[in-house]
Write a protein that binds this ligand. Structure first.
Ligand code: GLU
Length: 560
């Protein structure tokens, strides 16, 4: 079977519904309804193609952010296409929660599947849809037909049992697994044979006809990895499954062509199948987009680096960051540090710029396992939170508490002004404090301001354990909220001297036997009585926020 007439007959047998009467079966029709986009010359058209399986992970955000930023900074388009050709894996509500989580973290799609949280409605935006692959059957079939018509695809009736048997033999004989060469036994049948098989209603798939195996290599350019040399595709891979839906290989090729994608940015797990995709683009005589294969997110486990795992690492799930209360701005800032190797240098040179001013590039992306480090995220977050005004931070914290910590919400929301003052302690000046990292940590960090949460957590300083009540009594007696900072501290020095403590740490160091301790120990006693912890931001400011009554009550509470 190798004449155009045979191929035509076979397509008629396989796709009787695509008779070219409407759009179906006419490739030029789709070329005309999905024209080249009119965008600036170097604009990127990118896309995210998630499968709606329900688990939304950090990688989704990481990928969306890359796709969206590259598109935005070139005045291009980033679209969302739902790759739902595997109906078995589909989970209800997955698309809605994917979009709302991504939007929460500040990334958006300009085109494709949209979700409005308020009305709980899904819609599609753009002229290159449908954007659900399951709704594009006719388009895929048109191009499967096209491949059959040009002798580049054929129906294959191998059963699952036959395929397993082939796999076993190939394993035993140490051969490359797959359907190719002599294993591809439905490759070259006559039209009459195909007709008989079809009339027997045997289930079949359509396979792409690869060049005969000859071990040759191909070259491809990767936007991140540069020039790649890889073995050419020699497998007759499935392009249309027996349920009439395409495989990923075929669907993404058709979609990225007709959605006019310029850059296919995807995970490195797809790198090994690039030769299949290149061969499909060639067979359809379409222009190859630029493939960019990102690398996997890894973490340190002891002294070993390993892939983040769904089972072991809660931080792989995107919802983790929302529950812990990481600010979206902090997450994106951190992602940039792992996406582009030159970002941190840029940030040092441009401390006040927004990340929109940073030019992301695929060339500066990593190629061999990016280390995702929660501690580093927290450090970055501390810096980012410093740039957010206290009133916004208070709103953020309240929004988080409303969803994840009812008790804290009740307590914090009773006095928003007080919350703002608390969040603002020590944030100005040359050396601002970097205490605040994420909502859950902030909630614990500031909890002592509220009687509802106040507990004494730390032990009294060793040098002053026996004098706690004496020192606090003196403090209470001398206490006046209206004192300025110097007067306040002079009083603490006086109390120290009176009770046998050095007024300055250096006096104590010089002559330790002459004192019980020094002014630091006395301050610690006051600090622990007031905030329950041995370290805290500036005590003077804390007292100003706590006010006279609470300050005095707490001091009294520790006098026994
Ligand atoms: N559906 C594929 C996935 O979830 C998309 C890969 C791609 O971006 O092409 O891995």
């Amino acid at each position: 079977m190798n004449s155009p007439k045979d191929f035509l007959q076979l397509t008629e047998l396989l796709f009787p519904e695509l008779d070219g009467s409407k759009s179906g079966g006419d490739p030029t029709y789709f070329e005309s309804i999905f024209p080249e986009r009119s965008l600036p010359e170097n604009a990127f058209v990118t896309r995210l193609g998630p499968s709606p399986t329900g688990f939304i992970h950090l990688g989704n955000l990481y990928m969306t952010f890359i796709n969206e930023k590259l598109a935005k900074q070139t005045n291009g388009i980033c679209l969302l296409r739902i790759e739902d050709t595997d109906r078995k894996r589909e989970v209800e509500g997955a698309v809605e929660s994917l979009i709302s989580q991504l939007v929460y973290f500040g990334v958006n799609f300009a085109e494709g599947v949209m979700y409005d949280e308020k009305t709980n409605a899904i819609s599609e935006k753009g002229n290159y849809g449908p954007y659900y692959q399951s709704a594009r059957e006719e388009i895929y079939k048109t191009f499967v037909k096209q491949l059959v018509l040009t002798g580049k695809a054929y129906p294959c009736f191998l059963t699952e049992e036959e395929i397993s048997a082939i796999r076993e033999t190939q394993e035993q004989e140490k051969l490359t697994p797959g359907i190719y060469g002599k294993w591809a036994k439905y490759r070259d049948r006559t039209v009459a044979e195909y007709e008989t098989l079809l009339s027997e209603k045997k289930p079949y798939v359509i396979r792409f006809r690869a060049d005969a195996p000859d071990g040759s290599q191909m070259e491809a350019m990767d936007g991140i990895r540069g020039k790649l040399t890889m073995p050419k595709n020699e497998m007759d891979v499935v392009i249309l499954k027996s349920d009439g839906l395409p495989t990923y290989h075929f669907a993404h090729v058709v979609d990225d062509h007709f959605m006019r994608t310029t850059h296919v940015i995807r995970g490195e797990e797809w790198l090994s199948s690039l030769p299949i995709h290149v061969a499909l683009f060639e067979a359809l005589a379409w222009k190859l987009p630029i493939y960019c294969h990102t690398t996997v997110l890894m973490k340190m486990d002891g002294d070993k680096k390993r892939k983040l795992s769904k089972r072991k690492d809660p931080e792989l799930s995107l919802s983790y960051y929302r529950q812990e209360g990481y600010h979206p701005q902090a997450i994106l800032e951190y992602l940039l540090t792992i996406i582009n190797s030159n970002f941190e240098e840029w940030r040092m040179e441009n401390p006040d710029a927004t990340i929109d001013n940073f030019q992301m590039t695929s060339e500066k992306m990593g190629t061999s396992g990016i280390l995702f480090d929660l501690e580093k995220l927290q450090d970055v977050s501390k810096d980012v939170l410093l740039s957010i005004p206290a009133s916004d931070l208070a709103t953020f914290l309240l929004d988080w508490a409303r969803l994840f910590d009812e008790e804290a919400y009740k307590v914090f929301s009773a006095d928003k002004r007080k919350l703002e003052q608390i969040l603002d302690i020590g944030r100005t000046g040359d050396k601002p404090r970097k205490d605040l990292a994420y909502a859950k940590q902030i909630r614990d960090f500031i909890s002592y301001f509220y009687d509802e949460f106040f507990v004494i957590e730390d032990a009294w300083p060793e040098n002053a354990t026996n004098d706690v009540s004496l020192l606090l009594k003196d403090y209470l007696e001398s206490f006046n909220l209206a004192d300025d900072r110097d007067v306040w501290f002079d009083k603490i020095r006086e109390i120290s001297i009176k009770n046998g403590y050095a007024a300055k740490p250096k006096d104590f160091k010089k002559n330790p036997d002459a004192f019980k301790g020094h002014v630091g120990d006395v301050s610690s006693v006051i600090r622990i009585a007031l905030v329950g912890r041995a370290s805290s931001p500036d005590l003077y400011e804390i007292q100003q926020i706590l006010g006279e009554e609470i300050t005095k009550t707490r001091i009294e509470r520790s006098i026994t």
